[in-house]
Design a protein around this ligand. Structure first.
Ligand code: ZN
Length: 190
């Protein structure tokens, strides 16, 4: 298990370099991230969220039953569950459909939820946990989760994608969280 860093921690704003080879250290990081994601009942976790700026994310949408996901491999619909947990290194995303509005949360923003617009369907190219190139299309919650996580890898947070009105409404909560993070980080250092 690794500690999940919260909003206000500088690493969340760092763009991660691509993963070159899957070393034992990367394998360990992947295993730790999956365990940490499950422990926090998250749908996804980016390396930045455990304090490492890297193009690496883990995702598992199986815990969510009320928001459907779809996946297509080489033009054929496949069973989403079979691909979970999904590990993506160096993901690249191409939108295939117009944006839709949907609710999002983030383990680095406890108890903050808001609507965010994102393309409903995307194509993803990446390397898997073995360093093998993969390509697939996906929709629904899975597409949303991958876009949220891929943003993290580039130092982009879901608050950056919210409408100005929503972000203004959240401003007091965000300011409070940032202050709390400052105090927590001080404690961790001591
Ligand atoms: Zn997040």
């Amino acid at each position: 298990m690794r500690r999940v860093v919260k909003f206000g921690t500088p690493v969340l704003r760092q763009k991660g370099p691509p993963v070159g080879t899957v070393t034992p250290a990367i394998r360990q990081l992947i295993a730790d991230m999956i365990e940490t994601m499950y422990a926090h009942k998250g749908v996804g976790l980016a390396a930045q969220q455990v304090g490492v700026a890297l193009q690496l994310t883990v995702i598992d949408v199986r815990g969510v039953t009320d928001r459907p996901s779809s996946i297509e491999i080489e033009g054929r619909a496949a069973d989403v569950d079979e691909f979970m947990p999904l590990v993506l290194l160096n993901p690249q995303i191409t939108p295939l459909a117009p944006p839709v509005c949907g609710p999002e949360g983030c383990l680095s923003f406890p108890e903050i939820y808001a609507d965010v617009n994102r393309p409903e369907k995307i194509e993803v190219t990446a390397l898997n946990e073995e360093g093998v190139p993969i390509r697939f299309r996906c929709g629904g919650l899975l597409a949303r989760a991958i876009q949220h996580e891929a943003d993290h890898l580039n130092g982009i947070l879901f608050i950056d994608r919210m409408s100005r009105e929503i972000k203004e409404d959240l401003r007091p909560d965000l300011d409070a969280l940032r202050e709390e993070t400052k105090l927590d980080e001080r404690e961790v250092r001591c």
